[in-house]
Design a protein around this ligand. Structure first.
Ligand SMILES: NC(=O)c1ccc[n+]([C@@H]2O[C@H](COP(=O)([O-])OP(=O)(O)OC[C@H]3O[C@@H](n4cnc5c(N)ncnc54)[C@H](OP(=O)(O)O)[C@@H]3O)[C@@H](O)[C@H]2O)c1
Length: 284
């Protein structure tokens, strides 16, 4: 039995491999990556695997029973890329695909939801066994801005009073590990999110508390926030997308209180206090 992990050199994927190695023998883990050279530090078998090169995928999947398909980060191309993987998995005899989708992908107003939902439909149509890990927001999406907030004297966003039940990547990676090595998960859809819901005002207050500086949250209209992100050098499409995701957050699309993530990993999710502490340690 072999377990394959796509995107294993990405930020989530490398955490999954690390955590898998704590649970199962390294010999049965296969990192499916664009660059096996880049994957050497993972210290597991690495096979070349590019979602956009359908000709090579089935060969790379030979002998793999359980496949964790970590969604691609190439927005706009993801449906065709994921279809390539699903088709190759069928051809190669993969039994079960666990796919990292998006929280409430079927109802979310996030612009990201469509590609995830289409992938979910393709998986269901494929006839393969599947499990959907509908991952909520990464806390790092926000704590990554801590340094900028300290420099600018305010935390900027457009999320209003929207409650955000994010979790750190490591918690989602643990859930993926529990599922792909576990039993009784086939056919299930997990809505995964942090135990603690916070607003960006709460986040700014936590940063203020931990730094001893006054860092208020400044809520901005969507276009103003996008313009500021562009002025920092962010590409226009990405800046607009980030501002738009905050608008979805303001409508509650990043909120969930079902605690399915902590139930899966068997412990509370990492707190906002710890996540901010980690982010501040990185900025030092
Ligand atoms: N829930 C959230 O808040 C959130 C936020 C951001 C992203 N996401 C989604 O979650 C996924 C994992 O997150 P992450 O933080 O680990 O993202 P990441 O660090 O950007 O990693 C993405 C991974 O996808 C791989 N990849 C991209 N295009 C590929 C292709 N054509 N063929 C094969 N592999 C390809 C990358 O390979 P290389 O290592 O070779 O570059 C990388 O390993 C993302 O890809 C995205 O779909 C979720």
């Amino acid at each position: 039995m072999k377990i394959g992990v796509t995107g294993a050199t990405g930020q989530l994927g490398r955490l999954v491999v690390e955590k898998l190695k704590e649970r199962i023998t390294s010999e049965i883990i296969v990192a499916l990556v664009r660059s096996p050279q880049k994957a050497k530090y993972l210290d597991v078998e690495a096979r070349e695997f590019d979602y956009s090169k359908p000709g090579n995928l089935a060969d790379a999947l030979k002998g793999i029973d359980n496949l964790l398909l970590i969604s691609s980060n190439e927005m706009g191309q993801r449906v065709s890329q994921h279809i390539n993987v699903i088709k190759a998995a069928k051809e190669a005899g993969v039994k079960w695909i666990v796919y990292t989708s998006l929280l409430h992908a079927d109802t979310s107003s996030l612009s990201l939801a469509g590609e995830h939902l289409e992938t979910e439909v393709e998986l269901k149509k494929s006839g393969l066994m599947y499990t959907l890990l509908r991952n909520g927001w990464y806390t790092e999406n926000y704590t990554g801005s801590v340094k900028g907030a300290i420099a600018g004297g305010a935390f900027l966003g457009s999320a209003g009073d929207g409650k955000i039940s994010s979790a750190i990547r490591s918690d989602y990676a643990e859930a993926a590990t529990v599922v792909i090595t576990g039993k009784n998960h086939v056919g299930k859809i997990y809505e995964l999110a942090g135990d603690e819901a916070y607003t960006l005002t709460d986040l700014a207050a936590e940063i203020s508390k931990q730094t001893g500086k006054s860092i208020p949250y400044r809520n901005l209209p969507e276009n103003e926030y996008a313009s500021i992100l562009k002025s920092f050098g962010m590409p226009e499409g990405y800046a607009n997308a980030i501002a738009g995701w905050d608008i979805s957050a303001s409508k509650g699309d990043l909120f969930d209180n079902t605690h399915q993530l902590s139930k899966l990993i068997g412990r509370p999710t990492t707190s906002l206090t710890v996540a901010v502490k980690n982010a501040l340690a990185i900025t030092k």
